[in-house]
Design a protein around this ligand. Structure first.
Ligand code: MG
Length: 396
């Protein structure tokens, strides 16, 4: 059984990315707002792994430092060392650096390609558990496509049975003493493309655990495009904003509630049409993008808004949310009114708000309560409204 108090990771990032052609090595190419390697390091840190040692090319010191900074991983958990001329040599140098730092032989080391950024907690945990149990284990995926071997003329030769075939990924995980010794043994025999094949050649059984389809390796430009889409999907977030408004009664024969004219023996006093429902909703929407409040955008001091229909305010708030990349998912509002009764107008108010915001009526809540005669609402001095809006940003 391995010593789970000591789990390290080697991140292999010394390659020059020849297959990707022009530009920086793939591990330093931008993926969203930061380099691929920064994403890899950030996700490696999701598990209790320390240190995370990156093998870098001698020319990449500055690029690595920037990626490490942008990963937001505590600097105390990150190390780097100069890699070698091959992947195998880089890993061996990393293992030697761990040994020199006193890393225990019964600790675990995960060996991971920098160009597979989408690590997650579940696959890291599977790796650590499989490594602890077996001493050597690799993440694999089943093969969905039919496989073929070709003859020298490029013609179909055979169809190997895919049932026993697996796609091999990283992080591969080993008891430190085992993989360190195996790499020392093959020090002069370079050419192993991964550490499992080297461990196998050294006579060790290598177990498997479930990999993750998102752990694909960024090799071609198309892979980087796929990674960018995956990152954006993962960055989707929803935000909620709240709003509250109140208007006092004055002389009149109707009130505006949710854009609907409701007959009453009083009116609501305000600079615009004094609709507390649409005002609360406007503030709720502005809250989701941190864009001030209704008073900032439509100051009562501005004559332009005198008597204005409040749907103008709500439409402008919705436009600002859209411009900020948001999609309104749902709004809900609570009207606090002793009189008039809201029930007979609920459907009309729901329909009006849905129409203004382009939502289905099932995504608009309109509720009402009296205040049981308590407070200024209860004394029929005015009407108040509460609102909440939920907005999604990003894909997904
Ligand atoms: Mg108001």
């Amino acid at each position: 059984m391995a010593n789970l108090a000591h789990v390290a990771m080697l991140v292999v990032a010394a390659g020059r990315g020849a297959r990707m052609g022009v530009g920086a090595p793939k591990q330093y190419r931008p993926l969203g707002a930061r380099p691929v390697l920064a994403e890899t390091l950030a996700r490696a840190a999701l598990a209790e792994i320390n240190p995370i040692l990156t093998l870098i090319h001698a020319d990449d010191g500055d690029a690595y430092a920037e990626a490490a900074r942008l990963s937001n991983v505590a600097p105390t958990r990150l190390r780097s060392a100069t890699g070698g001329a091959s992947r195998q040599a880089s890993v061996r140098l990393g293992l030697e650096a761990l040994a020199a730092a006193g890393f225990p032989a019964d600790g675990l080391v995960l060996i991971h390609d920098a160009a597979r950024p989408f690590l997650n907690e579940a696959v890291l945990l599977r790796a650590i558990l499989a490594g602890a149990r077996h001493g050597a284990a690799i993440p694999v995926l089943p093969v969905a496509d039919t496989l073929a071997t070709l003859d020298e003329a490029g013609m179909l030769a055979t169809n190997p049975d895919r049932a026993s075939m697996r796609i091999v990924q990283t992080p591969q995980v080993f008891r430190f003493g085992l993989i360190h010794a195996a790499h020392q043994r093959f020090k002069v025999q370079d050419g192993f493309t991964d550490d499992a094949s080297l461990a196998c050649a050294a006579g060790h059984d290598v177990a498997t655990f479930a990999g993750d389809a998102d752990l694909f390796k960024i090799t071609l430009e198309a892979d980087l495009a796929r990674a960018t889409l995956l990152l954006q999907a993962g960055q989707s977030e929803s935000r909620s904003g709240i709003g509250y408004d109140v208007h006092a009664f004055t002389e009149g024969d109707h009130v505006m509630l949710g854009g609907v004219k409701v007959p009453h023996n009083r009116a609501l006093l305000g600079h615009s049409d004094a609709d507390p429902v649409l005002h609360a909703l406007t503030d709720a929407l502005l809250g989701t993008i941190g864009d001030g409040d209704i008073g900032v955008h439509f100051p009562p001091s501005d004559e332009k808004w005198r008597g204005a229909p409040s749907r103008v305010f709500l439409e402008e708030a919705a436009r600002r949310v859209l411009a900020a990349g948001g999609r309104i998912l749902h709004v809900d509002t609570m009207i606090l009114s002793e009189a008039p009764k809201i029930g007979p107008y609920r459907a009309a108010i729901t329909g009006k708000i849905a129409e203004i915001l382009g939502l289905s009526e099932g995504h608009v809540g309109v509720k009402a309560t009296t205040m049981e005669g308590l407070g200024f609402i209860g004394r029929r001095e005015g009407i108040a409204a509460l609102a909440i809006a939920t907005v999604q940003f990003g894909r997904g």
